[in-house]
Design a protein around this ligand. Sequence first.
Ligand code: ATP
Length: 140
Amino acid sequence: SELTLAIVKPDGISGNYSSSIRNIILQSGFTIQTQATLHLDEHTVTTFYAEHSTKTFFPSLIKYITSGPVLIMVLEKVNAIADWRTLIGPTDARKAKITHPDSIRAMCGEDLERNCVHGSDSRESAAREISFFFPHLLSG
Ligand code: ATP
């Protein structure tokens, strides 16, 4: 099976969506390998989202992700990376509400930035992101 990194972002936590999201995760056949609730600081988010550091929305993204605690989970399942991405829906939560109404982002997100959840987008990012937050979890 495969591991992926899921994050319930500050708007998901403050909107009290954590338990609904956890129920969807478990009902969809994932197991939660480990989890942590953290209030990320600017340095941590800047490192995590380094690929976006040159984008115009970067300062706003940092402010959003550091605005409150996040719930970080390592999910395990066959095809976990792609299946979690399918479950969360498109990046733009406003579009998700129209095109993917059953997705998690349609349920708890607001727009292109405030989209309530994160999911690793490839095997490479999953490995990088899991070892970033849980350095002892992966071997090799
Ligand atoms: P994530 O990596 O969080 O799962 P994603 O892969 O769907 O989301 P990315 O393109 O990697 O989207 O962008 C990372 C995050 O940055 C998005 O989830 C969103 O919160 C924010 N974001 C992306 N594009 C924009 C934008 N154009 N304007 C504002 N915020 C954005």
